[in-house]
Unconditional design. Structure first.
Length: 402
């Protein structure tokens, strides 16, 4: 079963004028998406660097590689290019000299940035593909926005088990749990070990760090405490955490600030890219649980990342805070509150007083809008977040048009 991705139309448009690079977590659907796009074109070929023959010839002789695999082709999908040696320079040759429109993928941002993408600046447009978003999930389930019960069940399933395509398409609960463990193991083996060159005895250490980070989700990270809890030296903990981020398992979110005297300026919070992976590390897939608020906050973060935002958090040294700040024609504050919320919190009011944003969105089961000073405060469900932000961007664009 092929599921159309939200990003597909944009990719098809952009590839008309430039090559593209699609990065993101392993098993997020990059290969499936590009193969489906490739099927719409003649004279295209798919080549995976997981194939030892393809990889060997690419590494040894790029001209012979062209002759064997790209003769008569105008388009090539190169999958998992992080395994290639000197990939950037060779792909530059394919684009500039051989005249090939190259679509490339990779699951390790560190390797791609360092060895592949740097020589391709100006030649390749970079896109990220993550596990299924909520809008994609609702489309897969055939849920209309008017069907509250079905929508609620789909959102809960998406929050508990995440959006990896194999997980979403698996029907049984136990099957989902087993597949999540398999995906996590594959990412740790192929991407984290690739970045760090881990020895077998170190693999158990990085799992320990990942499990502790799952407990920190939505909270400021204290690496000294993690080192003490895992009995792993501080430098190693930092190294493992960085590798987990490069492999698209976690993301460290920086604080938003303009006043160093009054606001937190350095300490990052941690979130998981996929909430199913977080729950798998915790071995907890319950819908009624003590950490439901933290889980929902992480879920909101995941959706913002999939929409292309780089959210930050805001916290004053006096203790007032707001979960996420995004920049879209000015600042927008976003609060994640699981369940019903009727009042604007002290943290939201403090943020409004400090920055006077046009809009604050409080994601909950409440539906209403009110004004605080001159800021529009919208209480709504997470399923409406994407459309609200899209409408805001369109209105802002029309306001500045001549």
């Amino acid at each position: 079963m092929y599921v159309e991705r939200d990003i597909e139309k944009e990719l098809l448009e952009v590839q008309k004028t430039t090559s593209i690079a699609l990065i993101g977590p392993r098993q997020a659907g990059k290969t499936t998406l590009l193969k489906n796009m490739l099927s719409k074109f003649e004279n295209g070929v798919y080549l995976s660097f997981d194939d030892p023959d393809v990889l060997e010839l690419f590494n040894d002789d790029i001209k012979k590689f062209c002759t064997r695999y790209l003769e008569g082709k105008t388009l090539a999908v190169l999958d998992e290019v992080q395994y290639g040696k000197d990939s950037g320079r060779k792909i530059k040759y394919l684009i500039d000299v051989a005249g090939i429109n190259v679509w490339l993928t990779g699951s390790s941002e560190y390797v791609l940035s360092k060895e592949t993408l740097a020589p391709l600046v100006g030649r390749v447009a970079l896109f990220s593909l993550y596990p299924f978003s909520l809008s994609e999930m609702l489309r897969i389930r055939g849920v209309s926005y008017g069907s509250e019960k079905e929508k609620g069940r789909a959102i809960e399933e998406h929050m508990l088990f995440g959006g990896y395509p194999r997980i979403v398409l698996e029907e049984s609960i136990e099957g989902k749990k087993t597949l999540l463990k398999s995906i996590l193991k594959l990412i740790l083996e192929k991407d984290v070990s690739l970045v760090l060159g881990l020895r077998p005895e170190e693999e158990s250490e990085i799992i320990k760090v990942a499990k502790v980070l799952s407990l920190y989700s939505g909270n400021i990270v204290n690496f000294t405490n993690i080192s003490a809890a895992t009995q792993i030296e501080y430098k190693k903990v930092k190294k493992y955490a960085s590798a987990l981020e490069m492999a698209y398992l976690v993301k460290f979110v920086q604080p938003f600030f303009t006043n160093k005297l009054k606001e937190i300026v350095k300490a990052p919070k941690v979130f998981f890219i996929d909430t199913g992976i977080r729950n798998s590390l915790l071995s907890d897939f319950r819908s009624e649980r003590p950490d439901i608020g933290a889980l929902f906050e992480n879920y909101v973060f995941s959706e913002l990342i999939k929409m292309g935002f780089e959210p930050k958090y805001w916290q004053s040294k006096a203790g007032t805070e707001i979960d996420f700040i995004i920049e879209s024609d000015g600042l927008i504050g976003i609060e994640a509150k699981y369940g019903r919320v009727e009042r604007v919190s002290r943290g939201v009011r403090a943020f409004i007083d400090a920055y006077k944003p046009k809009k604050v969105i409080i994601l909950s089961s409440t539906e209403k809008t009110e004004m605080v000073n001159k800021t529009e405060v919208i209480f709504t469900g997470i399923e409406n977040l994407k459309q609200i932000l899209k409408n805001h961007a369109q209105k802002s664009s029309s306001d500045v048009s001549p």
